[in-house]
Design a protein around this ligand. Structure first.
Ligand SMILES: [Zn+2]
Length: 194
C-alpha cells in the first residue's frame, strides 16, 4: 500500500459552499512523496485535492471550501475550452480550413507587411505567434471566435512583422488597425482552447 498514490472519491453533500457551486463530489489523492497540498479539477470538472500521505481526509472539505471560487473559475475555463476545441479529427480539419480562409480573406485587404508563411494549427496556450523569419502561426480555434476577436488576433500577429515585441510602439501600431484593442484583448482572455 505505501509508496503508491491512493485516490478516493468523496461526497460533497455536507458542504453547503461546494454544493452551491454545483460540486457534489471530490477526489482526494494521497501521494507518498508529496509535501504540499495542491488543488486541481479533473477533465470531468471534479475537484481533486492532492495531498501528502499523512493528510487526514476529514480536512479535505475545509481546504476545498476555502478555494471554491478558484474551483468555480477553473470549471468555467474548462467549459469554454471544451466549446472551442474540436471533438475529432474531421472537425479539426474543418476548423483548420475555416480559420485559414478567415485569415487569407483578411490578408486580401491588408496593406502592411505580409507573412512569409502562414500556418493554422492547434496550439495549447496561444492564439498566435510570429517568428523573426516572418512565419506566422495562428491557432485553428480562430474560426470559433467572435469576428472582432478573430480580427484582433490576426492584426496582432501581423503587427509583429513590424515590431517583434510588445513595446508601446507595437501597441500603437495595433491601435491604428484596431482602436479598441485593449477591450478586445480582455475579452479574448475569456476564451480557452486547451
Ligand atoms: Zn504578441
Amino acid at each position: 500500500m505505501s509508496g503508491q498514490t491512493q485516490r478516493r472519491l468523496f461526497s460533497a453533500q455536507r458542504s453547503h459552499a461546494l454544493r452551491r457551486h454545483g460540486f457534489d463530489r471530490f477526489y482526494v489523492a494521497w501521494h507518498p512523496r508529496r509535501r504540499r497540498v495542491g488543488i486541481s479539477l479533473t477533465d470531468e470538472g471534479i475537484p481533486e485535492l492532492r495531498v501528502p500521505y499523512y493528510f487526514p481526509d476529514d480536512e479535505a472539505l475545509g481546504v476545498l471550501e476555502k478555494n471554491v471560487d478558484w474551483l468555480a473559475a477553473a470549471r468555467e475555463q474548462l467549459r469554454s475550452r471544451q466549446q472551442l476545441a474540436p471533438v475529432d479529427e474531421a472537425e479539426a480539419q474543418e476548423m483548420i480550413e475555416k480559420s485559414d480562409r478567415i485569415v487569407r480573406d483578411f490578408l486580401r485587404n491588408w496593406s502592411g507587411k505580409m507573412p512569409r508563411q502562414l500556418t493554422l494549427r492547434f496550439m495549447k496556450s496561444r492564439w498566435g505567434s510570429c517568428s523573426s523569419n516572418r512565419n506566422i502561426s495562428i491557432n485553428a480555434c480562430l474560426c470559433r471566435l467572435p469576428r472582432e476577436l478573430a480580427r484582433y488576433v490576426i492584426v496582432h500577429e501581423l503587427c509583429h512583422l513590424e515590431e517583434l515585441n510588445h513595446s508601446p510602439k507595437f501597441w500603437a501600431l495595433v491601435e491604428q488597425h484596431v482602436p479598441d484593442w485593449r477591450e478586445l484583448r480582455k475579452k479574448l482572455k475569456k476564451y480557452y482552447f486547451g
